[in-house]
Design a binder for this molecule. Structure first.
Ligand SMILES: [Zn+2]
Ligand SMILES: [Zn+2]
Length: 378
C-alpha cells in the first residue's frame, strides 16, 4: 500500500508551495543516494518523496491526487487520465533527472557556466614604431585546445556517445550536508563533466579536446602604444564541459626607434647642425616616420636646443583621424679636427667679434662680475 504523499513529505494536507519545497529539500538531502550509498531503504524513501513532491508541486496533479488519491496516476485507467488514455503526467517512477533539474537547477543558479569558461590567454606581440604608426595586419600562431575532430568534441568513439553520469544525473556536481552547511562539490564519478565515457575516442583519449596551433589574423590599428591590449573575444582556451571559450589578449610592445622618441601622440627627434648653419641660417631636411622627409627653415642666429614643431607629423591618435606633432630639437655641433686654415679663419672671426655678437655670454659675464664684487664687499 502506497503511503500518502502528504505523509511522505511530512506536511499538512493544505500545505503551501514553499512549505512543500522546504520539506522536500530537507528530506531529499537526508535520503539522497549519494549520502546513503548501498542503503536500499534510503533509496526507496528518496524515490517516494521525489514522487510525492513531483505530484504535489504541480497544481493540476495535486488537485487530481486530492480528489482520487493514488488512483489518479495508476496505469491508463485512472479517472484523471480522461479520454486521452495513458498517464497524462508522464512517468516519474525513475525520475531522478527531473528531481535534480528542479532542485539543483535553481539552487545552482547560473554560476556553473562561469566555472566552465575557458582560460584567457596572453600573447606578446612586438612591433616596430613604424608599425605602430601605420598599423599592421599580423598573423599570429597560438597554441590552443580545440574540439577533437575525430569525435567532434564528444570524447566518445565513433558509434558511441557519452552517457549521462548516474551519480550526479549529469549535473557534474553533488551536494552534501556538513553540519548546517550544504557543500557543493564536483562529482567524483564523472570528474564534474556530468558524462561518463565508456568508449573513449582514441584520438583525444576521451578529453574531447586536442592541442593544436591556430593561426589568427590580428588587426593592429594605427596609434597603438607600448602596453596596448587587443582583446580577441572567444579566442582563448576552449571551455570545459561545453562552457564558453576564454578570450585572447594581445599585449603590444613597441620597440625603441633609432631616430624618433615617442611622447604620447607626439614624436621627438634631434637634428644636429653645424654652428655655421645655426649662425647663418639655412634649411635642413628631417625624416618623418612615414618614411618621407620634411624641411625645417633655420633662422640665422638659432641657439642650440631650440625646438621646431611640425604640426600633424606625429603619431596617429588611436581610432581617430587626428595626428600628434613632430618636435625637432636643434643640436649645434662644435666642429672638431679643424685644419690649420679653419683655425686661422676662426681666430680671424673671433677678432672681429664685438659687443652683441655673443649676447648670452656677455650677459653671463656681467652677472659674474656683480656676484664676485658683491662677495668682496661683504
Ligand atoms: Zn557525475
Ligand atoms: Zn576525440
Amino acid at each position: 500500500m502506497k503511503r500518502c504523499y502528504y505523509e511522505c513529505l511530512e506536511v499538512q494536507k493544505g500545505a503551501g508551495g514553499d512549505v512543500l519545497k522546504t520539506a522536500y529539500r530537507k528530506l531529499a538531502m537526508r535520503f539522497h543516494p549519494d549520502k546513503n550509498p548501498g542503503d536500499h531503504t534510503a533509496e526507496v524513501k528518496f524515490k517516494e518523496i521525489s514522487e510525492a513532491y513531483d505530484v504535489l508541486k504541480d497544481d493540476q496533479k495535486r488537485a487530481a491526487y486530492d480528489r482520487l488519491g493514488h488512483a489518479a496516476f495508476e496505469g491508463g485507467m485512472g479517472a484523471a487520465a480522461g479520454a486521452r488514455g495513458g498517464n497524462p503526467f508522464g512517468d516519474f517512477a525513475g525520475g531522478f533527472g527531473d528531481v535534480f533539474e528542479d532542485f539543483f537547477g535553481q539552487m545552482m543558479g547560473g554560476h556553473g557556466k562561469r566555472q566552465n569558461r575557458g582560460q584567457d590567454l596572453r600573447y606578446n606581440l612586438d612591433i616596430s614604431l613604424e608599425e605602430s604608426f601605420s598599423g599592421r595586419a599580423a598573423e599570429i600562431r597560438v597554441p590552443a585546445q580545440v574540439a577533437c575532430e575525430a569525435c567532434s568534441g564528444s570524447g566518445a568513439e565513433a558509434g558511441h556517445s557519452p552517457e549521462t553520469c548516474p551519480t550526479c544525473a549529469g549535473h557534474g556536481k553533488v551536494r552534501a550536508i556538513q553540519g548546517f552547511f550544504t557543500i557543493e562539490r564536483s562529482c567524483a564519478s564523472c570528474r564534474g563533466s556530468g558524462k561518463i565515457i565508456r568508449h573513449p575516442c582514441k584520438a583525444c583519449r576521451g578529453a574531447g579536446l586536442t592541442q593544436k596551433e591556430r593561426t589568427l589574423n590580428v588587426d593592429v590599428p594605427p596609434g597603438v602604444e607600448e602596453g596596448t591590449r587587443i582583446r580577441l573575444s572567444g579566442e582563448g582556451a576552449a571551455g570545459v564541459n561545453g562552457g564558453p571559450s576564454g578570450d585572447l589578449y594581445i599585449f603590444l610592445s613597441v620597440a625603441e626607434h633609432p631616430i624618433f622618441q615617442r611622447d604620447g601622440h607626439d614624436l621627438h627627434c634631434r637634428a644636429p647642425v653645424s654652428f655655421v648653419t645655426a649662425s647663418l641660417g639655412g634649411s635642413i631636411e628631417v625624416p618623418t616616420l612615414d618614411g618621407g622627409r620634411a624641411k625645417v627653415a633655420i633662422p640665422d642666429g638659432t641657439q642650440p636646443g631650440r625646438q621646431f614643431r611640425l604640426k600633424g607629423k606625429g603619431m596617429p591618435v588611436l581610432r581617430s583621424a587626428q595626428r600628434g606633432d613632430l618636435y625637432v630639437e636643434l643640436a649645434v655641433e662644435t666642429p672638431v679636427k679643424l685644419t690649420k686654415r679653419q683655425k686661422e679663419l676662426l681666430r680671424e672671426f673671433d677678432a672681429e667679434s664685438q659687443a652683441g655678437t655673443h649676447p648670452e655670454a656677455e650677459g653671463f659675464l656681467a652677472r659674474l662680475k656683480e656676484f664676485w664684487s658683491g662677495g668682496d664687499g661683504a
